[in-house]
Design a protein around this ligand. Sequence first.
Ligand SMILES: CC(=O)N[C@H](C=O)[C@@H](O)[C@H](O)[C@H](O)COP(=O)(O)O
Length: 310
Amino acid sequence: MIRFSPVCRCSPCTRWPPVRGPTTSISGQPERPGRTPGHWHPPSPRCAGISVSTRRRRRSPGRTPPHALSLTSPNPTRSGELVHRPETGPLATIEGGLIVSCQAPPDDPMSGPGVMAKMAATVVAAGARAVRVEGLDDLRAVRAAVDVPVVGLWKVGNDGVYITPTVDHALAVAATGAEIVALDATARPRPDGRSLAETVAAVHEKTPALVMADISSYDEGVAAVEAGADVIATTLAGYTMHDAVPDGPDLALLTALARDLPVPVVCEGRISTPRAAGAARRAGAFAVVVGTAITRPHVIAAGFVEAVEE
Ligand SMILES: CC(=O)N[C@H](C=O)[C@@H](O)[C@H](O)[C@H](O)COP(=O)(O)O
């Protein structure tokens, strides 16, 4: 049985940091009879933008509270039906929208803060609700160029845990003004020896940023919620095994996580067409991240070259 001890950040909250309360069984009843699942925790400054919706879905009146769900229960977080839904703040801004990943590795001619700032401004002008940006220089330049939420990360190498691998990296990313810090939330050991929960707690305690957990599997999504992550992304699905990287996004993983988790689940990775982005949203994504297909002309052009010359 999988159990959650979720940290709810709703408006009644007045204290920080959160204190873990009694575990609530995801499969059924709160472990302490008579408690309202999801209200044992203390609130945080972050809770300011998040309130508990008292609305009930018309199609399923009387459904089970989100923190006492069976893994096979209908998902309260799906299709804009979050019970603990963000009403203001960066998560409210991104709900139902496109996040564009504006990244170029050092060997890409597009690499550099000036280009990435222009790229970010371009996609925001097109309607992107947020941008995902790598590296402190690019983050500072993009922060100055756009006023939408920034999902920040810092890649260190490209093996093992390389997306914002340590607490120090996460705090440095948050210091650039990124509203959301994306970090590796896979089950692999972290280079600074901290647990995921310790890393998330450090960001929450020392910065106003939320944490986006980049995961590769269902169990990692569950663990990331338990560790206190604010939003889950399928970013690393297909990249942690030795198998060949699949062609498209992992919609099966997305659907399962969006159905079962009490926090927003973002679809990210290998979404190469507008149709695929729409399909991800319909499969339950809270928001959709697209990178290469929009912001890496080097890769896009190479595909055209290959098609023409073959
Ligand atoms: C696996 C990994 O390191 N992903 C990185 C995460 O930030 C980026 O390199 C991706 O471009 C990003 O996730 C968007 O994905 P795609 O470019 O496939 O739309």
